[in-house]
Design a protein around this ligand. Structure first.
Ligand SMILES: [Zn+2]
Length: 139
């Protein structure tokens, strides 16, 4: 699901502007953390391949709007992944002959698990992530 929104001044909705700014700042931080390429297809973010925010645990599955739940993916991968689980989409990417960044995915899963442990709550996201870890370890 593509959820990034380009920051745009809107004097009638200052809170929306703030949220867009926060999102853009988080995306920049994710790029510094994970590198300047799509986590799924490995294409570098240049020219028409622009980064979008992809949620490790989809928001519709209870994923929080935390940087620990965010990865940088190109618009194509983000859109085609839709609400697929990260492990299902990882397998799909590999089936297509792409080279997804497994290390970045595993690091993101660890980071989100640690953040949920530290902050508490997020029970739906925690359950979702647990099921992904079980499948990860069976690979
Ligand atoms: Zn991609």
């Amino acid at each position: 699901m593509v959820t990034d929104v380009p920051p745009r001044a809107n004097p009638d909705r200052p809170n929306q502007d703030r949220a867009n700014q926060d999102r853009a700042e988080r995306l920049r931080a994710v790029l510094v953390r994970d590198g300047d390429r799509c986590v799924w297809c490995g294409r570098p973010f240049v020219g028409l391949v622009q980064p979008t925010t992809d949620h490790l645990v989809p928001k519709v599955k209870g994923g929080p709007s935390w940087i620990e739940n965010e990865m940088a993916a190109c618009r194509r991968c983000n859109g085609q992944r839709g609400h697929s689980t990260p492990i299902d989409w990882l397998a799909e990417c590999e089936g297509r002959g792409w080279s997804p960044d497994r290390a970045a995915l595993e690091a993101a899963m660890r980071g989100l698990s640690a953040a949920i442990d530290a902050r508490g709550g997020q029970r739906r996201a925690a359950r979702y992530l647990d099921s992904q870890w079980r499948r990860w370890s069976r690979r």
